[in-house]
Ligand binder design. Structure first.
Ligand code: MN
Length: 322
């Protein structure tokens, strides 16, 4: 097992380009939301790990008491996956959707070429809030298309050994989420109500990671050597595995991410996923000029999140170095 603390160390480059891995990565704290500070822990992208399958971004909001006010802002080239752990998130978008997403339900927004939306907590006062927000990079065939929005309040669940599994996106153990996915992928919440163990079947050609949410997960990722994956940690498993053994001594919740390694190298900046520097610059200009590409979110006035200044260097594609 390799441990990278805060992204400060350089991964060994002598490893084979593909194969199983057991690399534990830590979240970093990110300021978000303008005036009101929110506690956000970012697990993806990492400097040496831009993606896991098509998953290219993962933030954990909380657990905390806060007022969430993420004003209208744009996205291109991705799907946003909002998975509340506690508290409700009020979503409004340019398509006219105005919904609450609750614990157990999935909000899935597909930007295609461009969309804008806002995300608030409910009410004016600080409220308990904890959620995962993930992004899925769209493949070439879908990323220039029209925006779309889905909410799924009933997701497939099953019991596997001592674990309860909810398939949020994609497919695990032959069970498939109804949410629209554009590449072979999985996002699943796995819960040990008490101590126990399970063996998850994996596709050897997919890469996977395990994200700690609550409690502990002991993952047997390198021939009997167990790695503890608790909150704020992501264990990258690489490809080439047919299964993974996971146990918990006190109960716990973790999130399994996986998918076919993404074909394209992406350029990611702010809320945009593209393939070139120029695409990102164009999207930024269109948001700043209030172009119809992103439209106006009904229910909002002039409030919007301004794009940050571009860096003084060209945006470059990110590659996996683990
Ligand atoms: Mn967003």
């Amino acid at each position: 097992m390799t441990r990278l603390d805060g992204g400060e160390e350089t991964a060994e480059s002598a490893v084979s380009p593909n194969g199983p891995r057991a690399v534990l990565l830590e979240s970093r704290e990110v300021p978000l939301g303008g005036i009101r500070a929110m506690e956000v822990h970012r697990l993806l992208p990492q400097r040496d790990l831009p993606m896991v399958g098509a998953w290219c971004f993962l933030d954990r909001f909380g657990p905390q008491r806060t007022v969430m006010r993420v004003e209208p802002h744009p996205h291109i080239g991705l799907q946003t996956v909002t998975w509340p752990l506690e508290g409700d998130v009020h979503h409004r978008d340019v398509l006219g959707n105005d919904v609450l997403v609750r614990r157990g339900a999935l909000n899935l927004m597909t930007s295609g070429a461009g969309i804008s939306h806002s995300e608030y907590s409910v009410g004016e006062d600080a409220t308990p809030l904890d959620a995962l927000q993930l992004w899925v990079a769209l493949p070439e065939s879908r990323r220039h298309g029209i925006p779309a929005f889905e909410q799924h309040e009933s997701l497939p669940t099953f019991t596997l050994d001592d674990a309860e599994v909810i398939v949020v996106m994609g497919e695990l153990a032959g069970t498939t989420s109804p949410a629209t996915a554009h590449t072979p992928i999985v996002g699943a919440e796995v819960t040990f109500v008490d101590s126990g163990k399970t063996t998850l079947p994996l596709h050897p050609e997919w890469e996977y990671a395990i994200v700690g949410v609550f409690g502990d997960a002991e993952v047997d990722a390198s021939d009997g050597e167990r790695t503890t994956v608790s909150s704020g940690l992501l264990l990258y498993l690489g490809v080439g595995r047919t299964e993974i053994d996971i146990a918990s001594s006190v109960g716990g919740v973790f999130f399994l991410l996986g998918g076919e390694p993404f074909d394209d190298e992406i350029v990611m900046w702010w809320n945009f996923v593209g393939r070139t520097h120029e695409e990102i610059v164009a999207a930024r200009d269109e948001w700043e000029s209030q172009s119809p590409r992103f439209g106006h979110v009904p229910g909002h006035g002039e409030e919007r999140v301004p794009a940050p200044p571009l860096p003084h260097v060209r945006l470059t594609r990110r590659v996996r170095r683990l």
